[in-house]
Design a protein. Structure first.
Length: 287
């Protein structure tokens, strides 16, 4: 068994209350959770979700379930006018839960000027909290500061701060910059290119079809998750398994969310299989 931190994202539990999610994860043998507050991926929320009182409640829930939080997803566009105030509040909340990585998008390229103004105070705040900001490549096909690994590497080289890293997600790349199309890349190859610049890694799988991009159990899609996990095994990176089972992306790469939550038994089956998949490939790569 590996001692590497492997978290399960809250994404598959969209529609469930946090204590119920923790109870389910604990029953699956998961030791770490990555709470997910992602517009379009999860239910509606606002900044009242990130108060100190809410943080204390989450800490109590985590302790009661025996589940820890090392990574936290709370994606916004850091080029927003209010990004500094909003994201600092979310960073404080994540740090209170024990997270050492907070994952978010960078910015639409059209907002790059504000991004470069905003990132300096955010990185300084991350340093004070002892956190890393993980910039994640998006999946919606828009023009972002990080469309591929090469963009992310160039951005980090320009900014040059140890508290700013990549959180690479190859199952976003498959819809964002599809192989064979202009600017497209092979997702697993791009993930391996990004690896030395990562502070965290998301693992999820997706099947590519004419009707869109459908998220699958690990190993059942077209991403090459085995290659990515084996590459992670050669590093000291933690990773999270992100299984957004309630949604898929249409042919235009936009997320489509099912009206009803995924049944708990279905989620737990996929979570258990994912933990076994990751453990197997980490172990095999280390032998």
């Amino acid at each position: 068994m590996t001692n590497r931190i492997v978290s399960i994202s809250g994404a598959p539990y969209d529609g469930y209350e946090f204590p119920a999610m923790l109870d389910s994860l604990a029953s699956c043998g998961a030791k770490h959770v990555e709470p997910a507050f992602i517009v379009g991926y999860t239910g509606a929320f606002d900044e009242s979700a990130f108060t100190p009182a809410q943080a204390r409640q989450y800490v109590a829930w985590l302790a009661g379930a025996g589940v820890k939080c090392r990574a936290f997803s709370s994606h916004i566009d850091l080029g927003r006018e209010d990004a500094v105030e909003v994201f600092k509040g979310r960073m404080d909340f994540a740090a209170a839960l024990g997270a050492r990585v907070i994952n978010t998008n960078a910015a639409a390229r059209a907002w790059s000027g504000r991004f470069f103004r905003n990132i300096e105070p955010l990185v300084r705040h991350a340093e004070q909290l002892g956190m890393v900001i993980g910039l994640e490549n998006p999946g919606d096909g828009s023009d972002n500061l990080i469309n591929t690994a090469a963009d992310g590497i160039a951005l980090l080289d320009r900014l040059g701060h140890p508290n700013l890293r990549l959180n690479y997600d190859a199952a976003n790349t498959v819809s964002h910059r599809p192989a064979g199309k202009p600017g497209g890349v092979i997702p697993a190859d791009d993930a391996l290119l990004a690896m030395p610049y990562c502070g965290h890694v998301h693992i999820k799988d997706a099947r590519v079809t004419p009707d869109g991009y459908f998220f699958t159990p690990l190993g059942a899609g077209d991403i090459g998750c085995d290659r990515i996990v084996r590459a992670v095994a050669k590093t000291d990176l933690a990773l999270s398994v992100e299984l957004p089972l309630r949604l898929h992306r249409g042919p235009d790469a936009r997320p489509v969310r099912r009206p009803e939550p995924v049944p708990r038994a279905e989620i737990e089956s996929v979570v258990r299989a994912a933990l076994a998949f990751v453990e197997r490939h980490l172990r095999d790569a280390a032998e």
